[in-house]
Ligand binder design. Structure first.
Ligand code: FAD
Length: 455
């Protein structure tokens, strides 16, 4: 079977590249290969009753399938070059922002109309943060919410399904280069194409490493972000979340000079567990529909860890720490802030006596046995700093879930077209190590599609 373009991965990067290719040239023969299920078959078996924690399905419905890792996410599309990736370093700041705005238009066109665009422009919180040694980053954020995000994906799938060949439950094993084509090897069959876009995301990071090794594509990797997910009553952050929805706040610790930042804020949301290559970590999301909202807000506090020579396996380091929490807690561990600073574990009894009702059924435990001292000290410092702009953050009952790890895919060497050293082979989205967000991954897909059409 021969295609003009084959796309590996049906996450936002893959979907938006398919969309733009077909919009610009409906004659193109495009195939999309996805190791996970089609959207309607994606269902995580954790129901809170019979199945309480991750059972490591062969294809994780949270991370894989049509919509990629973003399918059940909060659907926060941050329109900014300040965080979410470094796409602008390759294609320029203006182009990156223009593409993110274009993606926003498409999201509105396919079901997101009526959702709110929040912005930090002119906010009084910038000053309040600065007065307390905290730095609020600039961004506009479109909050689709998990429910509307799903509808947008459904509509995009319906738009594409008759114009593109989708192969679900079909992991690509290897990409082989021939003189004038690429061979996409799957379990039973090989498919061929002139141009190949690889958008394998976080879940495809190990596979991506193998492909780069096989094709002699340069890579580098030296960063992992580690931390916890904080959950507290929604009222504590409501003055910030009502105006900004998500606030990305950065703090430099006094003790070590490390940067700690808030990440992925979910007002009235829920904490969830996430399975990355068999390792259970924590994440969060929230719904746009008030009926599905909770009375808690959650966000991550992350410390970036950069390694220098000779250590190269930053993700391995993050995995080991996550494995430690899985070993001690059988999955995600939860601890009350008051227990952490008193140097004692949280127990089911202490959790029951607390005023907070957790949204994730995690194992009460002791995060100081899991997280390195330097990282934990930074998180505690940041919680006290945030308490000054959102009093109540450092309350004894504030819940900390661990561990939250933000794995960075190794950075794949690509040029300004996101093309590798092999002509016609592109690597985009989170799998390239260049993007770490829905908006940047989607924008990279549009960029590559346009470059292919220009050719
Ligand atoms: C719970 C959760 C919440 C999140 N919330 C947000 C948010 O609110 N805002 C935000 O900006 N970001 C969020 N993110 C991150 C966001 O989802 C990712 O940045 C984004 O999905 C990256 O898009 P992508 O297309 O590059 O990769 P992915 O979405 O990871 O898609 C890659 C796809 O490739 C497939 N694949 C991998 N290897 C192969 C192979 N060998 N063969 C075939 N298919 C393969 C995978 O199954 C997957 O479906 C969240 C992530 C999670 C897990």
């Amino acid at each position: 079977m021969k295609y003009d373009v084959i796309i590996v991965g049906a996450g936002p990067g893959g979907i938006f590249s398919a969309y733009e290719l077909i919009r610009l040239n409906p004659e193109l023969k495009v195939g999309v290969f996805e190791s996970g299920h089609e959207l309607k078959k994606r269902k995580c078996p954790i129901d809170g009753n019979k199945i309480k924690s991750c059972i490591s399905c062969s294809s994780c419905s949270i991370m894989s399938g049509f919509g990629g890792a973003g399918a059940f996410s909060d659907g926060k599309y941050n329109i900014t070059n300040d965080f979410g990736g470094t796409l602008y370093e390759y294609i320029g700041k203006k182009e990156a922002l223009d593409l993110m705005h274009y993606v926003d238009e498409l999201n509105l066109k396919y079901g997101g109309q009526g959702t709110k665009l929040y912005s930090t422009a002119g906010t009084r919180f910038k000053k309040l943060c600065l007065q307390n040694d905290l730095h609020l980053l600039d961004a506009s954020v479109r909050h689709l919410g998990t429910d509307i995000n799903y509808i947008v994906l459904e509509n995009l799938y319906n738009e594409l399904k008759d114009k593109v060949d989708f192969y679900f439950d079909t992991p690509v094993k290897m990409i082989v280069k021939h003189d004038d084509s690429y061979e996409i090897q799957c379990e039973k069959t090989s498919y061929f194409c002139e141009q190949c876009i690889v958008s394998a995301g976080r879940s495809g990071s190990k596979w991506m490493e193998k492909v780069c090794h096989h094709l002699g594509i340069e890579t580098k990797s030296n960063r992992v972000d580690l931390g916890v997910r904080v959950e507290l009553p929604a009222e504590i952050f409501s003055h910030l979340t009502d105006e900004l929805y998500e606030s990305k706040i950065v703090y430099r610790t006094e003790k070590y000079g490390d940067l700690v930042r808030t990440f992925c804020m979910n007002p009235k949301g829920a904490v969830v567990s996430e399975n990355t290559n068999g390792i259970i970590t924590v994440n969060g999301h929230s719904y746009e529909d008030p009926a599905r909202q909770t009375s808690n807000t959650n966000f991550a506090l992350l410390v970036a860890k950069h390694f220098s020579e000779p250590f190269k396996d930053s993700n391995g380091y993050g995995e080991s720490i996550a494995k430690l929490s899985n070993m001690l807690g059988g999955g995600v561990i939860v601890q009350r802030f008051g227990d952490l600073i008193r140097g004692r574990r949280s127990t089911p009894v202490r959790m029951k006596d607390s005023f907070m009702v957790p949204t994730l059924n995690a194992t009460p435990g002791d995060l100081s046995l899991v997280l390195p001292k330097r990282i934990l000290d930074g998180i505690i410092e940041m919680i006290y700093a945030l308490d000054k702009v959102a009093p109540g953050t450092a309350n004894d009952d504030t819940l900390l879930y661990g561990v939250e790890v933000k794995f960075y895919n190794m950075e794949v060497a690509v040029n300004e077209n996101l093309e590798t050293c092999h002509r016609g082979l592109y690597v985009i989205g989170d799998g390239s190590g260049i993007t770490h967000s829905l908006s940047h991954a989607s924008a990279s897909g549009i960029h590559v599609a346009r470059k292919i059409i220009e050719k």
